[in-house]
Design a protein around this ligand. Structure first.
Ligand code: XBP
Ligand code: MG
Length: 253
């Protein structure tokens, strides 16, 4: 049985609830700035989350939900520009402190660093978004705490493909059984499990109905000493908040 050497964190929905009040809002601000009469309300955005990656999500919106739109000749360039604008709005929202970390995230990362556990980010979102979230929640130098920030277009096939997790493992020189992943969504766990990595899931409003049967455990959040988690599937082993001891046991199970 391999020893646990690294914690691999998804970002959106896992480190912070970024989708509804962050990404969605930033997409809408970008549409308005470009004089597009598109608006992604909370319900529509839930459907659009079927596709990961912001550029891919815009493409999916046009092909499935706004087929009336007459695409410009250079659709790829148009989407790229719109998405860059969205990234600018999104990182601005994070700089304003719009999105806090989820319960237990800062505590677990601090404990892991203290113990010399390696850390990585494995996400679909744009690298600038990861840096903005880390900087404005954990502090200016916190991106350096992570051995690898695997993000965005680094691999062409985004989650649910396993490629981004495979890439992170290769960069770290680790095997899947030396790591554990933290995810919040079906696309996320398909990716982590596809790479053979045991996965702890914390759900959110958009993902609570997802199929997480491949998870080691499913929780409402990571919990804090004064805010116990609820176990939605799996065995909490008597714990009330996720600490390194619990994570190591899950990795061994
Ligand atoms: C996150 C995503 C991303 C963000 C938007 O998925 O799907 O597309 O919503 O980010 P995961 P960009 O949590 O599985 O990584 O607009 O920067 O692509
Ligand atoms: Mg996620």
């Amino acid at each position: 049985m391999a020893e646990l050497k690294a914690l691999l964190f998804d970002v959106d929905g896992t480190l912070a609830d970024t989708e509804k009040d962050g990404h969605r809002v930033a997409f809408n601000l970008a549409f308005a700035a470009e004089n597009l009469d598109w608006h992604w309300d909370e319900a529509l955005y839930g459907k659009l989350l079927a596709v990961t990656g912001g550029k891919e999500r815009i493409q999916y919106y046009l092909s499935h939900f706004n087929t009336e739109f007459a695409p410009p000749e250079d659709l790829t360039g148009f989407i790229k520009k719109l998405h860059q604008l969205k990234t600018d709005f999104y990182t601005q929202l994070l700089a304003e402190g719009a999105i806090p970390l989820r319960p237990g995230v800062a505590r677990l990362i601090a404990e892991a660093r203290e113990a010399g556990m390696r850390l990585a980010i494995v996400t679909t979102t744009t690298p600038a978004n990861v840096h903005a979230l880390l900087t404005h929640t954990l502090g200016a130098d916190s991106a350096d705490w992570f051995d690898v920030i695997a993000a965005g277009d680094i691999v062409p096939a985004k989650k649910p493909a396993p490629d981004i997790y495979d890439w992170a493992l290769a960069q770290m020189g680790l095997t899947a059984d030396e790591t554990i992943a933290f995810e919040d969504s079906r696309n996320g766990i398909l990716s982590s499990r596809g790479a053979g990595i045991k996965t702890l899931v914390t759900i959110n409003d958009y993902t609570q109905e997802d199929d997480f049967s491949a998870a080691e455990i499913v929780l409402n959040h990571l919990g804090e000493p004064n805010m116990p988690f609820a176990v939605l599937a799996g065995n909490g082993m008597g714990h009330t908040f996720v600490d390194l001891a619990m994570v190591s046991n899950l990795a061994k199970a």
